[in-house]
Design a protein around this ligand. Structure first.
Ligand SMILES: [Zn+2]
Length: 306
């Protein structure tokens, strides 16, 4: 059997006979979403699949004994960009539930290494998938990881992504490039120039500070009519090639750390995972506690004054 294969091409008998501790299944979980005037709706999915394919090559080169499985992407996500047609956004709770149920099924097949490539920077999307992985790992034993939250918050987590000088300089000069800016446009130019409209060099910059990113209404006002957050005009194919290789190296490194169960914990969570209001059940838990307190007060008053 080919060692790098899409599960759509396998029989159930072949899945059954895989050496489970030498098998890794990759799943891209990123949305169909607007990417400004110059790029198509599939950017996050194209990026995830490209990084995965490159990572697969890197892993199989170093570890030819691994069976590396892929499957079709899940094309929706939690997201907060509003006011554009072409976005397939669902609630954080739906992401959590879908991720949990899918992981539960795959874990039941006996797969011990499931790597989710959530190539979409929204913290709540990444955190919901990480929560699903945590629950699955409790239920089935360690078998699932979603390392992209750690990737997108590398700075806060103190993870060294080992960027080439050129990228480091550009990140310093033009930070806050959050969506369809020079980072994603460069990466897409490297994947397929024909998917990027040539006039991207004429698009105006949109200036959104990192602190403002947690206020979606503010962001949506600033990018209205455009759809990018950052500096698309600065994109080049060369930067894109460096970025794509760097992302693939990260995925390869995190995957091997996880598959060998060595030093993988730093890749399990986004730096914002600990913030209560970004978690899936935050509102429910607040309502539950509030309900409980009101209930206790009513009982107290009833007992006291009846
Ligand atoms: Zn994107």
């Amino acid at each position: 059997m080919n060692k790098m294969i899409d599960i759509l091409e396998l029989t159930w008998k072949e899945i059954e006979s895989l050496p489970k501790d030498k098998t890794i299944l990759f799943l891209t979980f990123a949305p169909i979403e607007e990417h400004s005037h110059h790029m198509p709706l599939g950017v996050d999915i194209f990026l995830g699949e490209t990084w995965r394919n490159k990572a697969l090559e890197m892993i199989s080169e170093k570890n030819p004994d691994y069976h590396l499985l892929t499957m079709p992407p899940i094309p929706f996500a939690q997201g907060s960009i509003k006011g554009f047609p072409g976005c397939l956004h669902v609630s954080q709770r739906t992401i959590y539930q879908v991720a949990y149920e899918i992981l539960d099924k795959i874990a039941n097949w006996g797969i011990k290494n499931i790597v989710i490539i959530a190539s979409h920077g929204e913290p709540k999307h990444l955190i919901a998938i990480e929560e699903a992985c945590d629950k699955i790992n409790k239920k089935h034993g360690l078998c699932a990881i979603s390392p992209m939250g750690a990737f997108f918050s590398y700075d806060e987590l103190g993870i060294d992504l080992d960027f080439p000088e050129q990228i480091k300089e550009q990140l310093k000069k033009y930070p806050n490039d959050f969506h369809a800016g020079w980072i994603e446009t460069s990466a897409m130019l490297d994947i397929d120039e024909n998917l990027v409209k040539k006039d991207f060099i004429n698009l105006p910059d949109t200036d959104v500070k990192e602190k403002e990113m947690i206020f979606p209404d503010k962001v949506n006002k600033k990018i209205a009519g455009l759809g990018h957050i950052g500096f698309p005009r600065l994109a080049t194919k060369e930067l894109g090639q460096l970025l794509n290789i760097n992302s693939a190296e990260f995925i390869s490194k995190a995957t091997l750390a996880f598959a060998t169960r060595q030093d993988y914990k730093k890749y399990q969570h986004h730096s914002l995972y600990k913030i209560p209001f970004l978690r899936t059940n935050f509102v429910r838990n607040v309502l539950r506690v509030t309900g409980l307190i009101i209930g206790l007060i009513i009982i107290y008053l009833w007992v006291r004054y009846k």
